[in-house]
Structures are given as structure tokens and as C-alpha cells.
Write a protein that binds this ligand. Structure first.
Ligand code: NAD
Length: 474
């Protein structure tokens, strides 16, 4: 096997590296410079990949679980040898600061490692006349459709559970961030049999083709709510299983007894991590009125210290917005807040023009409930704060959204904070931490933030059918 080159990119179909007549280059969002050429897969590439995945499925399904674990272990070893290369790629394709790119790359090994030691659930129930064995079997060919904000960890978050449970998988990275996803799958060819893990890079249309292909059993989709609805509609035609991991509008509730100096910077990080381009970033901050002024002041002080810039320039905490489309979208939130006369507690009312898609982190002080910045997901470094006085009222305000992905509660009295957390309508609530999803628990949204969920033992079932055998005692 020839050594992996980190400046040449291919689609991976049946263990072969495929180029394409159609070539794309994404733009490094920190510099505006073009990145490497990357092939756009054709419909034929996709059909070939599905055929190879279908062919590979029976023997991968029948490979003993221990052997599949062993191969995932080898994949870990191989990936570990290339972490620096992946950090470089990730910096160039996303623009994120090197230390945060390192965190994403550093998450890959634990993600595979945690999943590969999980036990696939089963159950035996016995009564006088029969024994019922409930087992779970893999679905078949799975498609993984990936967004651009965490191209590596969100790919491995689908690959690890799908392969462990005996499925074959085809990854379609976002056209904005194709590089790490394609390389991750190219690397896997040294470990897994042909057809078990493949990748086809391409645009939105290719994603749509994956969702209608009759031989694909499941789509695991992470992306926007609008696209998630299209994926579900298209998948319905062949009754594919779907997991939809979609957008959110997380609320963070600050109780009056918090240690203000300690908590305010953490809440700011929850909002501005990855420049706000996180599905579970904190997107609305509710501060008890008795500490509102002081807490906001601490948030402002910390926000002013945050450096924004290139991945390798000094100690930057935030990078750029990942692409021009999203940059324009986030600017819309600035324009709307400025036009409506909302108070900018910190940040500029206008986004300054620059070579990269940089935006200074911004806090909007107490905009009205029906404002765009409260009701919509900006997916950028701009966040609103509002005061509250009655706990029932603020929980209702936090829950007053069509989304339900994550949320936070902060308070010294942990039991009181947990009681608030239980009443928040979202998939993952964090008490005394900002949103930090982990492979140890299922991750999924309520309401329009998604259908189902993945990761952890419960998440394995998203890649499996229940298979029940009822044995009667004669
Ligand atoms: P997007 O919906 O535009 O694209 C996501 C992926 O879907 C891309 O690979 C794209 O090419 C593909 N796609 C587009 N149209 C398609 C179609 N009709 N059929 C099939 N595939 C199609 O999302 P994005 O802008 O890349 O990502 C940002 C959004 O993702 C935000 O809303 C964010 O909150 C959400 N997100 C959610 C999670 C989560 O786990 N819940 C994680 C990260 C991001």
C-alpha cells in the first residue's frame, strides 16, 4: 500500500482511488486562498459505491464482532500516526485555530475507542411456554451525510457505530469541507475489506441521490433543519431509516447563586466556541435579574479578550466563519440587530470587510422575544442575553422554540439546577458546563432538531433492526 499523500484527494469506491472529470477547490476561509483540487463524484461513482457496499455487507455483517473490534483498533493505530497531517488539513479547510483543530482531531481516537468496546444490547424474556430472544442486526448499506462545521468528528461519529454494528457505510462530506472526510476514508482502506467504508465527495445533488437510492437502507444525516426535512421526505420513498441531527437554538439559564467571575467566561465560550458554528452552541442566554448587570459585564470583559484570526497567528481563540454563504447569513443578524436599534453590549454593529470571513464575537443586550437573534439560529459569533425573574416563566421562554437540541443550567445548588434541567425540552442538557457532547451518551434532538440519535450504547440501535426469535417449549 502506497503511503498516504495529504495533498491529493480522491473519492474512494470499492477501495479504489477515483478522480473525476469534475474538479472542485474549496477556499481557506482564513485567507481566501484556494485549497487543493478535489474530485466531485458522479452519479455512476455513487451507484458503484452502493453496489460495492451491498456486496461487502453480508461478509462484514457475518464477521465476528470481536474481529470488527480488532479492525477498528487497527484503524485507531493508523489514524494516530497521521494526527498532525489531519490537523493541518482541518486548519486549511475550516480555518479553525490550530489548538481547536487539534481538539477535533484528538477526539477521533476516543470516539472510535469508546464505541468499539460497547456491548450490542440484547434481551431474553422467558415465561412458562416460551423464551423470547431479542437481538439486533445491522441494516445494510448506510449513507452518512456530513456538514462543514466539524467534518472529521461528525464523520467518525457515524463511521464508528455503523461499522461496529456490522453495516457498510458511504460518507458524503460537505462540499465546503471535503478534505479530512475523504482522507479519513482513504486511510481506512488499509484496514477494512473493500466496500465496507467508502466516500463520495460532491455537492448537494449527490446527497439527494444517496437519499433516493433503493439499495441504501439508512441515511444518517447531520445538517440544517431545512435539508433534514428534504432528506426525510426523499427517504420516505424507499422507507429508509433516517437519523436526523439538525440545528438548534440552545438556551442557557443562569441561576442567581452562580459564581459570576467563574461562570460568565464559560457561558461566553459556550456561545462562541468554533465561532458559534456548533449545533449545540449556546444561542440564547437567560440571566437572573439580580445579577444581570454584573454577569453581562463579566461576559463583556471576557469577550473583549478573545482574539480572532488565522489558525497559526498567536493565541487566537476563534477563527473565521467557514464559508461565504454562512458569512453572509451571519451578517444578516448584525444588520437586523442594528436596523432594529438593539443594544450591542460588545462587538461592532457592522462586520468589517477582511480577506478571511472573520467576525468579532458580539453580544446583544436584551433584544425582544420576537427578534430574529432570539428566534433563529445564527450559527455565528453573535448571541443575545435577556434577564429573568420567575423560574417557570424563563423555562417557558427557553422552551418556546421549534428546536430542542441542547441547553445549559448554571447554579451553585446542583440539585436545584438539575430540577430546571429536567424541565428543559431538548436532547442534551448540561449542568454547570457549556455544551460538550460526548460519545458516552446518545446525542439527538427533540422537536425539529432531529429524529432519533446516535452515539453510546443506545445510539448503536440507530444502525440496527430488532430481530426477535420466539422459541416455544414443546
Ligand atoms: P446543510 O443542511 O446545508 O448541509 C449538510 C449536508 O447535506 C452537506 O453535505 C450537503 O451537501 C448535504 N445536502 C444538501 N442538500 C441535500 C439534499 N437535498 N439531500 C441530501 N443531502 C443534502 O447544513 P450545513 O450548512 O452544512 O451545516 C450547518 C447546519 O448543521 C446547522 O443548522 C447546524 O446546527 C447543523 N448541525 C447539526 C448537528 C447535530 O448533530 N445536530 C451537528 C452539526 C451541525
Amino acid at each position: 500500500m502506497s503511503p498516504i499523500q495529504f495533498d491529493k484527494f480522491y473519492n474512494i469506491v470499492n477501495a479504489e482511488q477515483r478522480g473525476s472529470k469534475e474538479i472542485h477547490r474549496n477556499v481557506n476561509p482564513a485567507t481566501g486562498a484556494e485549497n487543493w483540487e478535489v474530485p466531485i463524484a458522479s452519479e455512476q461513482d455513487l451507484n458503484d459505491a452502493v453496489a460495492a457496499a451491498k456486496k461487502a455487507f453480508p461478509s462484514w455483517r457475518d464477521t465476528p464482532l470481536e474481529k470488527r473490534r480488532e479492525l477498528l483498533g487497527k484503524y485507531i493505530e493508523l489514524f494516530s500516526q497521521h494526527q498532525e497531517d489531519f490537523i493541518n488539513l482541518l486548519c486549511k479547510e475550516t480555518g479553525k485555530p490550530r489548538k481547536f483543530a487539534a481538539v477535533e482531531v484528538g477526539g477521533v481516537v476516543p470516539f472510535i475507542g469508546y464505541h468499539s468496546q460497547l456491548k450490542i444490547p440484547d434481551e431474553t424474556v422467558e415465561d412458562e411456554e416460551k423464551t423470547i430472544y431479542t437481538e439486533y442486526t445491522p441494516l445494510g448499506v448506510c449513507g452518512g451525510i456530513i456538514p462543514w462545521n466539524f467534518p472529521l468528528i461528525l464523520s467518525i461519529g457515524k463511521i464508528a457505530p455503523a461499522l461496529l454494528t456490522g453495516n457498510t457505510m458511504i460518507i458524503k462530506p460537505s462540499p465546503f469541507t471535503p478534505y479530512t472526510g475523504l482522507k479519513l476514508v482513504e486511510l481506512a482502506q488499509q484496514v477494512f475489506p473493500p466496500g465496507v467504508l467508502q466516500a463520495v465527495g460532491g455537492n448537494n445533488e449527490l446527497g439527494a441521490l444517496l437519499t433516493t437510492h433503493p439499495d441504501v437502507a439508512k441515511i444518517s444525516f447531520t445538517g440544517s433543519i431545512a435539508t433534514g426535512k428534504k432528506v426525510m421526505e426523499a427517504s420516505a420513498k424507499t422507507l429508509k431509516r433516517v437519523t436526523l441531527e439538525l440545528g438548534g437554538n440552545d438556551a442557557s439559564i443562569i441561576l442567581p447563586d452562580v459564581d459570576i467571575k467563574k461562570v460568565a467566561p464559560e457561558v461566553v465560550m459556550g456561545a462562541f466556541q468554533n465561532s458559534g458554528q456548533v449545533c449545540v452552541a449556546t444561542k440564547r442566554i437567560y440571566i437572573h435579574e439580580s445579577i444581570y448587570k454584573e454577569f453581562l459585564e463579566e461576559m463583556v470583559n471576557f469577550t473583549k479578550t478573545i482574539k480572532v484570526g488565522n489558525p497559526d497567528d498567536g493565541d487566537n481563540l476563534l477563527g473565521p466563519i467557514q464559508n461565504s454563504m454562512q458569512y453572509e447569513k451571519v451578517k444578516g443578524f448584525f444588520a437586523d440587530s442594528k436596523a432594529k436599534g438593539y443594544k450591542f453590549a460588545v462587538g461592532e454593529p457592522d462586520v468589517a470587510a477582511s480577506k478571511g470571513f472573520f467576525i468579532q464575537p458580539t453580544i446583544i443586550d436584551n433584544p425582544p422575544n420576537d427578534s430574529m437573534i432570539i428566534t433563529e439560529e445564527p450559527f455565528g459569533p453573535i448571541v443575545p442575553t435577556q434577564p429573568w425573574s420567575d423560574i417557570d416563566e424563563v423555562i417557558a421562554r427557553a422552551n418556546n422554540t421549534n428546536t430542542g437540541l441542547g441547553g445549559c443550567v448554571w447554579g451553585k445548588d446542583v440539585e436545584a439546577a438539575k430540577k430546571v434541567a429536567k424541565r428543559m425540552e431538548a436532547g442534551s442538557i448540561f449542568v454547570n458546563s457549556y455544551e460538550k457532547p460526548t460519545p458516552q451518551a446518545i446525542f439527538g434532538g427533540h422537536k425539529e432538531s432531529g429524529i432519533g440519535g446516535e452515539w453510546g450504547t443506545t445510539g448503536l440501535l440507530a444502525f440496527m433492526n430488532a430481530h426477535v426469535i420466539h422459541v416455544y417449549k414443546s
